[in-house]
Design a protein around this ligand. Structure first.
Ligand code: ZN
Length: 135
């Protein structure tokens, strides 16, 4: 599998950025018709997830829900003071796998791939690997 790197510039401490079109561009460049698209992110205070793109209140509510789940401050020892970001990142996860069918990401109608920033703004990287199905 060949991996390519895309840059993501985040603009606030906490936000979701829809990267579906960026990943679709990499898929088009790879020219794969049927296979697997893997998305990986080499950071510890940001994550990746798939969720609804139709109503922006869904992303807003996920961020609000995560803020309720993980207090910004608390009984944390990590000297950087961003333990909440590390915890939220682990809750989202650091990689996604999406089937590629007929040259397209096999996402549901309302699904988008989101880069989840929890300690921005920063310059981030996402690795995209696309492989053709064997046989
Ligand atoms: Zn830290």
């Amino acid at each position: 599998m060949k991996w390519t790197k895309i840059e993501v510039r985040t603009g606030s401490r906490t936000e979701f950025i829809d990267i579906t079109n960026r990943i679709s561009e990499e898929l088009a460049r790879a020219g794969v018709q049927n296979g697997i698209c893997s998305v990986y992110m080499p950071h510890t205070t940001a994550g990746l997830t798939i969720n609804e793109n139709a109503d922006p209140d869904v992303v807003r509510d996920i961020l609000a829900g995560l803020a309720r789940l993980v207090a910004a401050a608390g009984d944390f020892r990590h000297a950087e003071g961003n333990s909440d970001a590390h915890i939220k990142a682990s809750l989202m996860g650091f990689s996604l796998t999406v089937p590629v069918i007929d040259g397209c990401l096999a996402l549901g109608t309302w699904q988008s791939l989101y880069f989840c920033e929890f300690d921005g703004p920063r310059n981030r990287q996402v690795l995209v690997g696309i492989s053709e199905q064997a046989g």
